[in-house]
Design a protein around this ligand. Structure first.
Ligand code: GLP
Length: 243
């Protein structure tokens, strides 16, 4: 049952009660980009101080549920994409959500592995490695920057294939490289001006930094470094009891 009033005797902080009321409004009554009542209106409506109303709104802004526009007010944000922490491709993830995946080619080259890159991909330093840089989009909206590194000998013609409408993982499968294990590290980060420009964010916006290693059997196939928009993604993992 949704809360509709603030319970002054509840041990739950008032701002948190107001947050729940607003969440219910966001999820059930308002549409994306709809305005939410001003802090002054919220304070009056629920018998709270302006400061408490602001605290609730600020909480929802920092959670990415609301966004502010200077001089205009506060609005309902687009729900984030819930990204399962599994070995899936961007293409699969977007399709599973009814979105159309796309890519913009930001460059592909062959490089010689440095010692560090060689270690990531279990190849000797100096071995040829393909680097594929893409801006990933969902329904045409920039979502992530991805730089994939793949040992060249595993997929010799990879750089001649177009990846604009094609999944890299599908293409790798056509070389017999069926990925069956991965490892991913996720960190919080800040978009620099270049990344922010490509992702359509203000410089200094929060991003998620992902590093993924994946294997086909015992062969290291991809080492990817990605920057995902933190305003558009949340990560979901199912937690098993440690054995
Ligand atoms: C995810 C991973 C990347 C991988 C990509 C492949 O986004 N983070 O490491 O390169 O999927 O996606 P697709 O097969 O759609 O090109």
């Amino acid at each position: 049952q949704a809360l509709t009033t603030i319970d002054a005797r509840s041990p739950v902080p008032k701002y948190f009660q107001l947050r729940e009321i607003l969440l219910d409004l966001i999820e059930n009554e308002l549409t994306v980009d709809a305005p939410v009542p001003s802090e002054r209106e919220l304070a009056a409506r629920y018998g709270l101080s302006r400061m408490t109303a602001r605290q609730a709104v600020e909480h929802l802004v920092s959670e990415g549920r609301l966004y502010r526009v200077q001089g205009k007010g506060t609005f309902v944000a687009r729900p984030k994409i819930d990204m399962p922490l599994r070995l899936t491709s961007f293409t699969e993830d977007m399709r599973a959500r009814g979105l159309t995946p796309g890519s913009r080619d930001l460059g592909r080259h062959e490089i010689e592995a440095t010692v560090a890159l060689g270690r990531e991909l279990s190849v000797e330093a100096g071995s040829p490695v393909y680097v594929i840089e893409r801006l990933r989009t969902a329904d045409g909206v920039p979502m992530a920057l991805e730089r994939s590194h793949i040992p060249a000998h595993l997929a010799p013609d990879l750089l001649t294939e177009s990846l604009v409408e094609r999944s890299l993982y599908d293409l790798l499968a056509s070389y017999g490289l069926v990925l069956d294990r991965g490892e991913q590290v996720i960190e919080a980060g800040i978009a620099d001006s270049n990344d922010a420009g490509l992702l359509g964010l203000a410089p200094g916006s929060a991003v998620l930094l992902l590093q993924r290693h994946c294997w086909a059997g015992s062969v290291a196939v991809e080492y990817a470094v990605s920057t995902y928009r933190a305003d558009r993604y949340q990560l979901r993992a199912s937690l098993d009891i440690a054995s």
